[in-house]
Design a protein around this ligand. Structure first.
Ligand SMILES: Nc1ncnc2c1ncn2[C@@H]1O[C@H](COP(=O)(O)OP(=O)(O)OP(=O)(O)O)[C@@H](O)[C@H]1O
Ligand SMILES: Nc1ccn([C@@H]2O[C@H](COP(=O)(O)O)[C@@H](O)[C@H]2O)c(=O)n1
Ligand SMILES: [Mg+2]
Length: 208
């Protein structure tokens, strides 16, 4: 345990030293976070880190936390922050980049406060994909990526967790003036046009 703590401390010191730029990408399940992050990476050269993808990779790796994570994901529940933050820190350090899209995190107040306390990183802004539930449900049920949580029973649980636990985090950042809200119930290209405006520096924006 001691060695683990020492290793974590080293990671935290170097992340704090690096002061990476972080954008949190939030929105309900199926709102298009991953899809739009892929576009942002291509155009703006961020590194995309999906908390859900990191957790799924952890299950596949045979880690000691794998079974716990798998059970939480099947139930649409939020994995303890300690686990997710360690995965994010490791991925950030290994990437070599200094700007990150952190997708699907922070998912609740515990995620938010723990990340800030451990990394001392404040997001530049929060990109929020706002999408009606019926559109998200339709997308998730036809995603066909073999995800164990893309079934109607788990989807409903995920929607409830989003409303109860994730929306308050978005509200927290709204009060701080950090939320950039995108209407996500449009075709992928149209959504990305709105995203581009958020990422384009003010000086480069063409005045009509
Ligand atoms: N604007 C859009 N219009 C129609 N379909 C979309 C749109 N954006 C994404 N999709 C499709 O919806 C599904 C969910 O998208 P995506 O995986 O990007 O969502 P997500 O927000 O990352 O979901 P999750 O939180 O479950 O990881 C995918 O099959 C994707 O191709
Ligand atoms: N901060 C997070 C993010 C995700 N999870 C768990 O993973 C599931 C899938 O997440 P996606 O972003 O890929 O949809 C999610 O429902 C949670 O069970 C988490 O615990 N903490
Ligand atoms: Mg996703």
């Amino acid at each position: 345990m001691g060695a683990v703590n020492v290793a974590n401390k080293d990671i935290n010191v170097s992340l704090a030293e690096k002061k990476p730029r972080v954008v949190f990408v939030l929105g309900g399940p199926g709102s298009g976070k991953g899809t739009q992050c892929a576009n942002i990476v291509e155009h703006f050269h961020y590194t995309h880190l999906s908390a859900g993808d990191l957790l799924r990779a952890e299950i596949k790796s045979g880690s000691e936390n794998g079974t716990m994570i798998q059970n939480m994901i099947k139930e649409g529940k939020i994995v303890p922050s300690e686990v997710t933050i360690k995965l994010l820190e490791k991925a950030m350090l290994e990437s070599g980049n200094d700007k990150f899209l952190i997708d699907g995190f922070p998912r609740n107040e515990e995620n938010r406060a723990a990340f800030e306390a451990v990394t001392k990183i404040e997001p530049e802004f929060v990109l929020f994909f706002n999408c009606p539930e019926e559109e998200m449900e339709k997308r998730l049920l036809s995603r066909n990526q073999g995800r164990e949580d893309d079934n109607i029973e788990t989807i409903r649980k995920r929607f409830k967790v989003f409303l109860d636990s994730s929306l308050p985090v978005i509200e927290y950042y709204k009060v701080k003036g950090k939320v950039r809200e995108i209407e996500a119930a449009k075709p992928i290209g149209e959504v990305f046009e709105a995203v581009k405006v958020v990422f384009t520096p003010k000086a480069e924006k063409v005045v009509a």
